[in-house]
Design a protein around this ligand. Structure first.
Ligand code: SF4
Length: 467
């Protein structure tokens, strides 16, 4: 990766000075579309649209940016044509993600030329990458932000300056039923295929007291579900305290807690046991393995062998017998042989994953793997991808069917599936479709599981009122 960021905290700014003056935005003409998109935005109100690509870190950063634009007096709209300011919060992990963002930038550039959009900001991982300069020039972007300085958007829209992305002054989704809380940023690993260390930098851990204070504040404002977030959350540490200590404190402060994502080298047995012991922790572990072949794990610089991963899973299964386990797997990394692939299938069978994000290797410019020899032909990679996916789905279906007939307390996460059902989550981390029974997101219903697919459980009518 070429130079990641420039200037203070990685900010690059165009189309103006670095002063704290708000951007001069015009006013939208009165019009029906405006009202409709925003649920009643006044014609004189400034409007902004945030579009998010990629991982939960980005979703979380977008939440923060959303609060900034609201505090600065903007109404949020969902269509570019209706927005004075458009923020694209981008992902750089996969090549086609960049192409997608270029498509959006092209459209925004046209809308700007037509005078329908006033300003465009590019944030997230692409904003932190070397090629942002070229995008900025080609598409006339007004503000380019790296991943460590999303707070600079506050200044851009006229709020006082802020200095780091996870200060208490800049909470995530306070007041909502579920919130992400960042506990660390960056990553100290150098996985062959991953751009994250280049664009997010080395690990920085947030102080425990600062995290706990934010969690307490969120809970007192109505948050019922806290997800601790970071690229390798289990690597968190501070003055001899480790992730398990932080998780325990948070699990005492919040009524429902989960964390993602973890690294097998950092995952301690006592953390796995804590998941089974603390009633407020969702019994779901996401532990990316990437490959079942020791040879490939070495080539990827993952820092563990497949048997060590298996041992972690044994501890988890024993400590959390009804827990769910998910992982990430990459097929077709350069140099992957048929034997390596067979080893991955063996590991998938041994661990009986409940879910997996399976990726076909796609080279990312700036990563070591992009220039490694031994590319796997597309047809071969596609076959391996399907074989791993089918093996995971068959395990998942088998595991999920065992839930049929059980009665579960279900946390309602999202509104509707379109069939009058809400999407919820059991304490063991299974996704469930459940008739709402009037339950709003953030409430619990109790219902019997009546059906199961590889990705979701289906519950019957809830018994009793939501709580
Ligand atoms: S541990 Fe995760 S974020 Fe860090 S380099 Fe490896 S894949 Fe990327």
């Amino acid at each position: 990766m070429s130079s990641i960021v420039s200037g203070e905290a990685g900010m690059r700014r165009t189309g103006g000075s670095a002063s704290a003056a708000p951007i001069p935005l015009g006013r939208k003409p009165a019009g029906g579309a405006f009202q409709e998109a925003s649920g009643g935005v006044s014609a004189s109100k400034k409007t902004a649209c945030i579009r998010t690509f990629g991982c939960q870190m980005n979703v979380h950063d977008s939440d923060r940016m959303r609060r900034m634009i609201r505090d600065a007096g903007y109404a949020e709209v969902h269509r570019y044509e209706e927005a004075d300011l458009v923020v694209l919060n981008t992902c750089y992990v996969r090549e086609n993600a960049v192409d997608r963002v270029k498509g959006h930038l092209g459209e925004l550039n046209r809308l700007k030329r037509e005078g329908r959009v006033k300003k465009v900001a590019l944030a997230g991982c692409i904003g932190a990458a070397g090629e942002a300069t070229e995008l900025e020039r080609r598409y006339g972007i007004d503000l380019v932000l790296g991943t460590h300085n999303t707070y600079e958007l506050a200044e851009f829209v006229g709020l006082p300056g802020m200095e780091e992305t996870f200060t208490p002054e800049l909470p995530g989704t306070e007041g909502e039923h579920a919130a992400f809380v960042t506990i660390m940023t960056g990553c100290n690993y150098v996985c062959s295929y991953c751009i994250v260390p280049a664009v997010r930098g080395r690990m920085v851990c947030r102080p425990m007291e600062n995290v706990v204070e934010e969690v307490e504040r969120l809970v007192s404002s109505g948050t019922r579900y806290v997800t601790l977030l970071g690229q390798t959350v289990d690597a968190w540490r501070e003055d001899g305290r480790r992730f398990c200590d932080l998780l325990e404190r948070v699990a005492e402060a919040a009524p429902r807690v989960w964390f993602t994502t973890s690294h097998p080298s950092n995952m301690e047995d006592r953390t796995l046991r804590l998941i089974g012991e603390k009633a407020t922790i969702v019994r779901r572990l996401h532990l990316p393995v990437q490959s079942g072949s020791d040879r490939m794990l070495k080539a990827m610089h993952r820092g563990y062998k497949s048997d060590r991963y298996r041992r972690k899973i044994e501890v988890f299964r024993e400590a959390v017998p009804d827990g769910t386990l998910s992982t990430d797997i990459i097929v077709g990394h350069p140099g992957e042989t048929e034997e390596d692939h067979e080893e991955t299938l063996r590991l998938v069978a041994d661990c009986a994953f409940d879910a997996a994000y399976v990726f076909k290797f796609s080279p990312r410019r700036g990563t070591e793997a992009a220039s490694l020899p031994g590319a796997v032909p597309e047809k071969v990679a596609q076959r391996r991808f399907m074989e791993v996916l089918r093996a995971v789905e068959s395990n998942a279906l088998h595991n999920n069917r065992r839930k049929i007939g059980s009665v579960q307390e279900i946390y309602v996460r999202h509104g509707h599936t379109g069939e009058g059902k809400a999407i919820g989550e059991t304490w063991s981390g299974h996704a469930v479709h459940v008739p709402t029974g009037g339950a709003e997101p953030g409430r619990y219903v109790t219902a019997r599981i009546e059906g199961a697919g590889p990705h979701v459980l289906y519950a019957g009518e809830p018994s009793g009122p939501p709580r």
